[in-house]
Design a protein around this ligand. Structure first.
Ligand code: VGL
Ligand code: ZN
Length: 242
């Protein structure tokens, strides 16, 4: 299905089957129905104060995802949210190391770690979900990055690629088969979450315009390459909402 959107592919499929042209509103309605089922979940990654203007690690135009995600969330019966949730002097903070500055790297036991400004410290306002996020039916909030010596971009496995957060088990027990991922930042927590979701066997899509990126040294391009190779679908919110 390379090069065509899910909505287009649905249209081709349905036109072929029915032998007639469908109006785009019919197709949109079908695309929306595809997500409003018990087997699909929206995962809202790290839409927290720290990642928008005024926060400690602001992502460019990060707050723009909020209305898009609010609208998308109405199309899902199941919504899970994540929070980056670090200890003070966390292993991912530049300030934890002598002579290190934010956005440099260091070698940790599990590999290369990008060092960040202090951000999303447990219990602070900086770590709170953005106030404008309006998803009252979200059923689960999973916190990650709370081990002092291990970072966790992914909502599924920490940066050692071994320590589980419990989210695979939660989704499997709930019978979820399809996950749609949105939030901040495209090239770190969204991408790592998407790759792990696909590896765990969920049908996985990232909704691109409901994400914003940090884009550090080509990280955004690398992230899409990683996600594509893992079989993650790249959707736009109009594929879901119409
Ligand atoms: C994130 C850098 C550090 C993210 C979290 O949510 O993408 N990025 N911690
Ligand atoms: Zn973090």
């Amino acid at each position: 299905m390379k090069g065509i959107t899910r909505r287009q592919s649905l249209r081709y499929l349905l036109q072929g089957a029915a032998g007639l042209a469908l109006s785009s509103s019919t197709v949109n309605a079908l695309a929306a129905m595809a997500t409003k089922d018990e087997k699909s979940a929206l995962i809202v990654v790290d839409v927290q104060n720290c990642f928008i203007d005024g926060g400690t690690l602001p992502v460019k135009n990060g707050a723009e995802v909020v209305p898009v995600i609010n609208q998308l969330s109405t199309q899902f019966l199941n919504v899970v949210m994540t929070q980056d949730w670090h200890t003070k002097e966390h292993a991912s903070f530049a300030s934890t190391y002598d002579g290190k500055k934010p956005f440099e790297t260091t070698e940790l036991s599990y590999g290369t770690q990008v060092l960040w400004p202090d951000h999303c410290v447990q219990g602070t306002d900086d770590a709170s979900l953005v106030a404008g996020l309006d998803i009252p039916h979200a059923e689960m909030i999973i916190r990650k990055g709370f081990h002092q010596h291990i970072d966790s971009y992914s909502a599924f496995y920490e940066a050692d690629h071994k320590t589980p957060t419990g989210l695979v088990g939660y989704l499997r027990e709930r019978g979820i088969k399809n996950v749609y991922i949105v939030g901040l930042a495209t090239d770190f927590c969204v991408a790592w979450t998407a790759v792990d979701a696909a590896k765990a066997g969920f049908k996985t899509a990232v909704i691109e315009d409901a994400c914003r990126a940090i884009d550090l040294n080509g990280s955004l391009q690398n992230a899409w390459k990683m996600m594509t190779e893992a079989g993650v679908k790249r959707l736009q919110s109009e594929d879901i909402i119409g």
